[in-house]
Design a protein around this ligand. Structure first.
Ligand SMILES: Cc1cc2nc3c(=O)[nH]c(=O)nc-3n(C[C@H](O)[C@H](O)[C@H](O)COP(=O)(O)OP(=O)(O)OC[C@H]3O[C@@H](n4cnc5c(N)ncnc54)[C@H](O)[C@@H]3O)c2cc1C
Length: 501
């Protein structure tokens, strides 16, 4: 390790921090029975259930859909010719600094399904292609090494950009960053700092990966994400993926873990209202000591709005929840084709959206069951994502446009016949738009024994997306463990502040 690398790591206090001190002298399991209802069976709900069931709680998960997993869900589809398979909401990257989620995967014995991606590639029509496989992994050195990739030039840095303003990226400090930048969109920031187009493109792919176009996303959220993904650890941008459908690699192990410990999972059970009775809660007829609301924003808004005790006794909390927003619509199109792409590509590719296409996943290179289909039938399986459809983009045109842009990047695919296809256009993703942070609720609410969990909940650590979902659940269950006199779980984080904060 060079002197500089050593100094950077030292200044950040290392790249992996233990957030809480765990007192091993406290018992790990409950002595008398306690119960918890968990609303929503996505990562946040499942993480809550796994940790609570392990400690002896009676756990009830209520999930609206007929499948588990939320945005990491998987369900069966049957095509006209009788072919049955599983589909999901789409490709998911497990970054190596997802410390809490990875501990969870280890606990349920699912970490064995993780495989590394071979490269981090961005294809663009105007600026050429960028590969980040061999980019320097040390924070700051990684930004400097982008110069070699043509993301910015020495003269850009010296004369065109407002370089000093860009130092805000290295100064992440939750309170200060959100105070200074939560009301500014990335689009405004890019204009003010005169970001060169290649750098703007990189940030835009980041912004869109948080389901927002540059004019909507909060610059504070983007600084936080840059800190979390890039400037606080030495994992580089390379990440892992699950090597088969989430049903086999994640959901089944979760279900087994929970049910083997007595937990109960109720599918097709949307919770529309919660009642409070003598300090306990009634959720779908189960009387429980604790509630963790781990539903997405639309579901949480409804459950809170229709719970009479919240409406009458906690109007401030209700208002806070009603102010949260869903993101723009996103689209996921999976296609089974009779032809493959020519050339070698990593299985996940970012594209500079010509209009709406943000990424292409080559499923048969990643998932075992997709590989098997291709071995038997030839051709390929691809998934096309648009993370943020422009507000005025007509839903009927989504399929056609995704395929058109796929063909622009890979002309050979225009010749392919589509054998099966499955399209989803949804708007249940969390908005990380400007101005939302000041009212964003935390995991602990003003209602005793009533918690929130999910990727949209404010946390004391800079985690995002799937890691935020898992980590928020750990904060909620740790609070419950503390109340019950139990030992807490260890919560891990990247450094909570940036190098220059
Ligand atoms: C296309 C796509 C790609 C993504 N790619 C990545 C990626 O590469 N890396 C990454 O880290 N993240 C990625 N994400 C984000 C990631 O999926 C989410 O951050 C994470 O799964 C959120 O988990 P959650 O438990 O907070 O919420 P959800 O998964 O939304 O779970 C909430 C659950 O609550 C249920 N529910 C709602 N209302 C009710 C109700 N009233 N009663 C009962 N149940 C209810 C819902 O049905 C759902 O199952 C991606 C998301 C999408 C959509």
């Amino acid at each position: 390790m060079s002197f500089l690398e050593n100094e950077i790591q030292k200044r950040l206090g290392g790249y992996k921090h233990l957030f809480n001190q765990v007192d091993e002298s406290y018992p790990s399991k409950l002595k008398e029975r306690k119960s918890a209802a968990i609303i929503g069976g996505g990562i946040a709900g499942l993480t809550s259930a796994i940790y609570l069931a392990e400690r002896g709680f009676d756990v009830f998960i209520f999930e609206k859909n007929n499948y588990l997993g939320g945005k990491l869900g998987s369900w069966q589809v049957k095509f006209n010719d009788g072919y049955e398979t599983n589909v999901e909401h789409g490709f998911h990257a497990f970054f190596r600094q997802y410390y809490n989620l990875k501990n969870l995967l280890k606990k349920i014995d699912a970490d064995k399904y993780l495989i590394p991606i071979d490269d981090y590639l961005i294809l663009t029509k105007k600026h050429g292609n960028f590969s980040f496989k061999d980019i320097d992994k040390t924070p700051v050195k990684n930004i400097l090494s982008m110069r070699k990739k043509g993301i910015y030039s020495f003269s850009d840095a010296m004369f065109k950009m407002k370089g000093l303003e860009l130092l805000s990226l290295l100064k992440f400090d939750d309170t200060k960053t959100f105070k200074d930048y939560d009301n500014i969109s990335f689009e405004q920031y890019a204009e003010e700092t005169k970001l060169p187009p290649e750098m703007k493109l990189m940030f835009t792919t980041f912004s869109r990966a948080f389901f927002a176009e540059p004019q909507y996303i909060s610059m504070a959220e983007l600084i936080k994400s840059f800190h979390f993904y890039f400037l606080s650890n030495d994992h580089g941008l390379i990440y892992d993926v699950l090597n088969d459908d989430f049903e086999f690699t994640f959901l089944d192990p979760c279900r087994k873990f929970i049910e083997e410990r007595g937990g109960q999972i109720f599918l097709e059970s949307p919770v529309t209202a919660i009642e409070q009775i003598n300090g306990k809660f009634n959720v779908q007829g189960k009387i429980v000591d604790y509630v963790i609301v781990a539903s997405d924003i639309p579901g949480t808004k409804r459950a809170v709005q229709y719970s009479p005790f919240i409406r009458s006794s906690y109007p401030e909390f209700m208002k806070q929840i009603q102010e949260m927003k869903e993101s723009q619509r996103y689209a996921v199109l999976r296609i089974w084709t009779d032809k493959k792409l020519k050339g070698d590509y990593p299985f996940f590719i970012f594209t500079d959206a010509l209009e709406i296409l943000d990424s292409i996943t080559i499923y048969h290179q990643m998932e075992k069951s997709s590989e098997q289909w291709v071995n038997e039938n030839g051709g390929g399986i691809y998934e096309l994502h648009s993370y943020a459809l422009p507000d005025d983009f007509e839903e009927e045109k989504v399929r056609e446009q995704l395929l058109k842009e796929f063909g622009e990047y890979f002309p050979e695919i225009k010749e392919a016949e589509i054998i099966y296809e499955y399209l989803q256009v949804k708007n249940d993703f969390t908005a990380f738009h400007t101005g939302l942070n000041k009212t964003r609720p935390g995991f602990k609410t003003e209602i005793e024994n009533f918690y929130l969990a999910g990727d949209w909940v404010k946390l004391p650590v800079p985690a995002m997306l799937m890691e935020a979902a898992a980590t928020s659940a750990m904060f909620a269950v740790n609070d419950i463990f503390e109340k019950e006199g139990l030992r807490q779980e260890m919560i891990w984080t990247v450094p909570v502040k940036g190098l220059l904060a």
